[in-house]
Design a protein around this ligand. Structure first.
Ligand code: GLV
Length: 370
């Protein structure tokens, strides 16, 4: 019997690719660093592949999904938790399953958000630069600059899903008060246990103050926070009841304290970058650290590169999930690569009695419920 064919749009690491080969599949990997052009993606789909492994750089739009539906393709496995590059409605219409890599990047992303808070507010870049450029004159109580302490402050977690809650748990260790905002649901058990942890930490003398955690409205979260950290998926108007596109706009920045910082490790387009630029330039907020942008890589002429903002606005290369284990482990319980590969294996090998609605990594289960 001919081997089943899998096209992988980016090198997901030898260990995960080897797992596919061990399962008897013919695996072709697009070897370039950049994403394949759409024309090539269409050509590969039309050439008769059985599975496609993608990254968040591949546009899985109506045209691509229509081509996929008319071909032998049985599953698309995306190596990312975010799925805003996939037209879910079209995938459902064509009854085409796609998988993602939720869970395995939760801790890596949450800790990165935590580190970004410290990086921007303790001015790590400015401090390193001083040493590097031989401008460190002497120890001085406040010169050439001071940072803002994170410990003991209030953090707003915008989007209290898997990553938001993991981030909140880490913030408790920093003796922070936590405000959670979630548009659709509340996890009362999480609040109850987090509150018990805060009580225990206080009783044991691990924290100097009795800290609190609570769900609040979006407006309250912005008003009360010293740090606002975004953990929401990107949804466009018309796609969701409460779309997140440019949720952080001029009105939102106006509600934040002038001493507050914005942290974004979710998706760039949940922030209105022009409004953020203004908020920073006119000191309406103290600073920001961004790992994601509306356009990636960040264009050379982006206003966010303004040298005047450099020390208050720290920019990263969509790196929050970028740890060796999280990106490349072939174990589906640990790595994004492993989970993407397992998503393919589940579908092609008809695990779960071939019931797509029961396969753990299939995202659009709603299209397959009987
Ligand atoms: C990364 O941004 C992801 O969605 O996995």
């Amino acid at each position: 019997m001919a081997k089943k064919k899998i096209f992988v749009t980016v090198d997901i690491g030898q260990a995960a690719l080897e797992r596919l080969r061990e399962h008897g599949y013919a695996v072709e990997v697009y070897a370039e660093i950049h994403a394949p052009p759409k024309a090539l993606l269409l050509e590969k789909i039309r050439s008769g592949i059985d599975a496609l492994i993608t990254s968040l750089r591949d546009p899985l739009d109506e045209e691509v999904l229509a081509a996929a539906a008319a071909s032998s393709l049985q599953v698309i496995a995306q190596m990312a938790v975010g799925i805003d590059n996939i037209d879910r409605a079209a995938a459902n219409r064509y009854r085409l399953p796609f998988t993602n890599t939720a869970d395995v990047l939760t801790e890596a992303t949450a800790e990165f958000a935590l580190f970004l808070m410290g990086a921007v507010s303790r001015k790590l870049y400015a401090s390193e630069k001083l040493v590097e450029e031989h401008k460190w004159g002497t120890w001085h109580p406040y010169l050439p600059f001071l940072g803002d302490e994170v410990s003991g402050k209030t953090v707003a977690v915008i989007g209290a899903g898997r990553i938001g809650k993991a981030f909140a748990k880490k913030c408790i260790g920093l003796e922070m008060d936590v405000r959670l905002y979630n548009a659709h649901s509340r996890d009362e058990k999480f609040i109850e246990f987090a509150d018990r942890e805060m009580q225990l930490r206080f009783d044991a003398g691990f924290s100097r103050k009795r800290h609190r955690i609570a769900y609040v409205s979006f407006e309250e979260a912005l008003q009360q926070a010293d740090y606002v950290s975004l953990h929401i998926p990107l949804t466009m108007p018309g796609q969701a009841a409460a779309p997140t596109y440019q949720l952080m706009n001029a009105a939102a920045f106006a509600r934040m304290k002038p001493t507050a910082y914005l942290i974004n490790t979710s998706r760039g387009a949940v922030v209105d970058e022009a409004a953020l630029y203004e908020a920073l330039l006119y000191h309406k907020i103290a600073g920001a650290a961004l790992d994601v942008f509306t356009q990636e890589p960040l264009p050379a002429d982006s206003m966010l590169r303004d040298a005047r903002l450099k020390e208050r606005l720290r920019l990263f290369h969509h790196f929050a999930s970028g740890t060796r284990e999280t990106r490349l482990s072939a174990d589906p319980a640990i790595g994004m690569a492993g989970r993407a590969v397992q998503g393919v294996i589940d579908v092609l090998e008809k695990h779960y009695d071939g019931d797509l609605s029961r396969m753990p990594y299939v995202v659009n289960k709603e299209a397959f419920k009987s």
